[in-house]
Design a protein around this ligand. Sequence first.
Ligand SMILES: [Fe+2]
Ligand SMILES: [Fe+2]
Length: 226
Amino acid sequence: MNNLNELSNCGNGRIVLNRYHYFGGLSEQPIMEFCEDNGINLEFIHILWEAFQTNSIPDTQLLMQFDTAMIIEYLEKTHAYYLDKLIPEIELNIFRFAQLLGIEHPIIKHLIIHFDLYKQDLVAHIQDEELFGFTHAKQLLINGVSSLNYKIAHFEIEHEHKEEQLGELLHFLKSNVSECEVLPFKMILSKLELLQRDLFIHSSVEDEVLVPKVRLLERVLLSRHH
Ligand SMILES: [Fe+2]
Ligand SMILES: [Fe+2]
């Protein structure tokens, strides 16, 4: 917890807290106070924040100590952050970029088509996770049984990493666009990279924390029923 002061004083925790609807400036809303008021565990946020700072997988051993419900809440809030904030921001900048280059420009056409496909794919991925993996886990936590014919092993086997596909689009943009100084283009690149980095951390929490925790829960509940 060496960096706890840095997290709370410098406001860098915002990159994680934005999904808990922390959008305030530090003078308006100090982070520690915000966490306290909203029942957010600051240590949990700190572990994730460190992963964002170093662009690496979070310390999964440490994350394993937190409640499964808290992990799921974070994952769900992250999904909502992608769909309600980050994706619309990227779309807005694509729209602005299209206004500059013209809708018929081949780069714009490529960007619109591929980003739209990507978005549809991500939406389906998120719906699938929430409908099966997360619902299954929540039912086990609340009721001790799941009404779904589902095991977390399915999630483990089928889980795709959505950050990987973003690499292709980023590569296309970086190698084909010469108007790189215009603001909407810079925003598109930085927000796509942000989404890519966020998804990398998000997927690792799903694989390395949620899956083992739910697998353990399944085992404990199964042994209880026998
Ligand atoms: Fe997810
Ligand atoms: Fe996922």
